[in-house]
Design a protein. Structure first.
Length: 201
């Protein structure tokens, strides 16, 4: 059996289920919300490439290097994005949470926060991971700030790490949370979700 085995994860707002072509139409609708594929510093599938991207992720699942999820918003029952455990190292119980995107309408929402807690909690408390990694483009400030808000620490920057599709060179920022940090990170994330929000006025 490949590691980690698939399991559905859910919270009050989010359901993480195994990605499949059944999610195609919802994901095309989701990626059109904000025309996310036009962001030059990240790789988000365009509507016409969505089917191929789902197939690509499922092929990596067959090879044991990725566990791809569709992110379902329980308020609507629709898929609103994708996320994965990737670069899976079963021997060392190490995963990266990445290849994640959400439709614009739910970015920076409780759904996003709940997904991260679900993935981190499962990694540390059930899979007994020794570390969970996050990687992002140096210029993806929104992603970097989001990762840092989780409590992940910057391990370093891999310079000229990759060639982007537009021909530019990508410097990759590598962050991680290690097992000993998880209880504090978890307490912080739960506090952030549960703290009272100021009323709009």
């Amino acid at each position: 059996m490949s590691w980690p085995p698939f399991v559905e994860l859910q919270s009050s707002r989010a359901l993480l289920t195994l990605l499949s072509q059944a999610h195609h139409d919802d994901l095309v609708e989701a990626v059109n919300d904000g025309e996310l594929w036009k962001l030059w510093y990240t790789a988000i599938p365009s509507p016409e490439n969505m089917r191929a991207e789902i197939d690509r992720r499922l092929a990596l699942r067959e090879k044991g290097s990725m566990l791809p999820f569709a992110i379902i918003d329980k308020q609507t029952g629709k898929a609103v994005g994708m996320t994965t455990y990737m670069n899976i190292d079963a021997t060392n119980r190490h995963v990266e949470i990445g290849s994640t995107w959400y439709r614009k309408a739910v970015q920076r929402s409780e759904l996003n926060s709940q997904c991260k807690i679900l993935l981190l909690q499962h990694a540390f408390e059930h899979l007994k991971c020794i570390a969970v990694e996050f990687r992002t483009h140096f210029f993806n400030q929104q992603s970097r700030q989001g990762i840092e808000r989780l409590g992940a620490k910057l391990d370093g920057i891999l310079r000229n790490h990759q060639l982007a599709m537009n021909g530019t060179l990508r410097d990759t920022c590598v962050y991680s949370i290690i097992a000993s940090e998880w209880p504090t990170v978890k307490a912080h994330l739960i506090y952030q979700l549960e703290k009272p929000r100021p009323l709009a006025g």
